[in-house]
Write a protein that binds this ligand. Structure first.
Ligand code: ZN
Ligand code: ZN
Length: 180
């Protein structure tokens, strides 16, 4: 895919990485045709054909992916999850997102959020590979060391303790990470 067009949009990075509800409120303040309904902590987009919110992911100007948002949710650990029409999940965080800007069509029947990725996201505490926006992350409740969620779960099943601080941890209900 090509280079993305330069231009100024509304900065929505902070809410994108901390609060799905606030993020959607900030967008719909300028894009009033954007409709969504709430089901528990999940915000489901309506009229995605007529009034879509397109999510464009790029790194250093190169577009990696682009698809309409289907829903957004706040997880109980304070992170945000987006689910797109191309069946991809996104886990935007302060670490993997460098910038996020909102743009609207002239008549405000469509909008987009352009997410500019951090070119060097931090490494997983277990495998050492970068933790990207496409990767679900979990953290040690004691020291905060972050890992790919599947790697941390596998590690805890084998070792029963954090790989960084050695605090004994167990996987509780829904694979929630808890002190042993
Ligand atoms: Zn990993
Ligand atoms: Zn730890």
């Amino acid at each position: 895919m090509g280079k993305k067009a330069a231009g100024l949009g509304k900065n929505v990075r902070k809410s994108l990485t901390t609060n799905a509800k606030k993020w959607l409120q900030e967008i719909s303040a300028d894009y009033s045709a954007l409709e969504y309904t709430r089901a528990v902590d999940t915000y489901i987009m309506e009229k995605i054909k007529e009034n879509p919110l397109k999510i464009v992911i790029s790194r250093e100007g190169d577009v990696l992916m682009s698809a309409n948002l289907l829903w957004a949710t706040d997880k109980d650990d304070g992170s945000v999850v987006l689910y797109l029409e191309n069946k991809k999940y996104l886990f935007p965080s302060n670490e993997n997102v460098k910038g996020a800007f909102c743009f609207f069509d002239k008549n405000k029947s469509g909008g987009s959020v352009e997410i500019d990725l951090n070119p060097t996201p931090p490494p997983c505490a277990i495998c050492g590979k970068p933790m990207e926006i496409f990767d679900e992350i979990a953290s040690c409740p004691t020291c905060g060391a972050a890992s790919h969620v599947l790697h941390l779960q596998e590690w805890l099943r084998m070792k029963g303790a954090c790989s960084v601080c050695s605090t004994k941890l167990v996987l509780g209900e829904n694979n929630k990470i808890l002190p042993a």
